[in-house]
Write a protein that binds this ligand. Sequence first.
Ligand SMILES: [Fe+2]
Length: 136
Amino acid sequence: MSIFEWNDRYSIGLQQVDEHHQHLFSLLNKLYNDFINKIRGDNITSLFDELVDYATYHFSAEEYWMQESFFPHFEKHKEEHALFIRRVVEMHKDYHEGRRQISLELLTFLNDWLSAHILQSDAEFGRFINAGNFRI
Ligand SMILES: [Fe+2]
């Protein structure tokens, strides 16, 4: 079963960014599947680790493209990433130190933030690039 899935609605019109987003959704979906199938231990832990690592990498890549193209909302966008990643890193640390488990609430938080961020902020970047002559 998959509920946290990328679909065309999330396309921002930039292939490289869309591919990153697809990968993020795919990791989130795997994590969700392990969660509902009650798979715990190393498998789910390494998926959570991978998701945090990949999200960090993805944000750096996006910020690089934004800076290179002189995207006017770069600072605001970077701040959105920073606030989110700070919360995620804290959740991840709590998980590793036994103070938190993977839960539907955690998965929903990740999915809701990611979806809203793509549809609003990332889509704004897509429009900016596609309106100009910049290439990423
Ligand atoms: Fe973003």
